[in-house]
Design a protein around this ligand. Structure first.
Ligand SMILES: *[C@@H]1O[C@H](CO)[C@@H](O)[C@H](O)[C@H]1NC(C)=O
Length: 265
């Protein structure tokens, strides 16, 4: 899971020309990143696993920061320059999953050892009706059923393996606060013996949609997060639902299918 950063809610201005770090509202997708959203490159590199345990006081700070930027560029399929250029900034400003891209120390093959995965939905978003919210979640989970051979079952009482909630800011029993509109859209917990394992939290400061309307595709985000709940980490390939950045994609990619089959074979 994510390393805890209390500064999650206080992104600060960092470089010399903050204006160029803003996303100009334009395309439908960019509209969801508010223009007040500020990028802190170092914070981003730490938060998503590219630069652990390094700060400005570290002797090899400059070198390790350059390495971290290279790792980010490599992971994201950008030109590897080690510089924070426009391409890097633009991608860092894209709405994304709150989970790390590079995870150190997580058991490689963490998975569920049951064939039926129970889930519950205890809070809803105001953006879509409750029945559409249930439909969107079910649609996403069903897509994983074929390649994983798992079955998902919604339960309304008792403790589900996957507890799905819409939350804002700092939320009950979770150390990872949401960050308002834009930025982090959701996070999820990998399979383990931990009580929170499998759970998914959606940032309700985002605007969600199902099928039509404006906003972010709930099916797409639920599909991505449930991949984490089942044990998949981020993928750096384009066209895969497990890529860390929001694309609106509502299908699994070829590598998603390969990876989930390998995990649940
Ligand atoms: C599944 O089984 C493996 C091997 O016994 C174990 O290490 C792992 O913790 C189990 N997974 C869960 C989520 O309980």
């Amino acid at each position: 899971m994510l390393t805890l950063f209390v500064v999650l809610l206080t992104w600060s201005v960092v470089a010399a020309n903050p204006a160029s770090q803003y996303v100009t509202p334009g395309s439908a997708e960019q509209e969801i990143t508010p223009s007040s959203y500020e990028l802190n490159v170092d914070e981003y590199l730490r938060k998503y696993g590219y630069m652990n345990d390094v700060n400005e006081r570290s002797v090899d700070y400059a070198e390790r920061r350059t390495d971290a930027i290279k790792l980010f560029q490599e992971f994201a399929g950008l030109e590897v320059t080690g510089e924070v250029n426009e391409e890097v900034r633009e991608l860092m400003l894209k709405p994304r999953c709150g989970m790390k891209d590079i995870v150190v120390g997580r058991p490689e093959n963490a998975r569920w050892n049951v064939s039926e995965i129970t889930y519950s939905l205890s809070t809803y978003t105001k953006d879509i009706s409750e029945s559409d919210t249930r439909a969107a979640i079910a649609e996403a989970l069903t897509l994983w059923e074929g390649p994983s051979n798992l079955k998902f079952k919604k339960i309304d009482s008792g403790t589900a393996i996957m507890e799905l909630r819409f939350v804002t800011g700092k939320h009950k029993r979770c150390p990872y606060a949401m960050d308002g509109s834009g930025g982090v859209l959701a996070h999820a917990f990998f399979p383990s013996k931990h009580l929170a394992a499998g759970d998914i939290h959606f940032d309700d400061d985002e605007t969600y949609k199902y099928k039509n309307g404006r906003g972010l595709s709930l099916v797409s985000i639920a599909l991505h997060e449930s991949g984490h709940s089942l044990g998949l980490g981020h993928d750096n390939k384009k066209g895969e639902i497990m890529a860390g950045w929001y694309s609106g994609q509502t299908t699994l990619g070829p590598n998603d299918i390969k990876r989930i089959k390998a995990l649940y074979k």
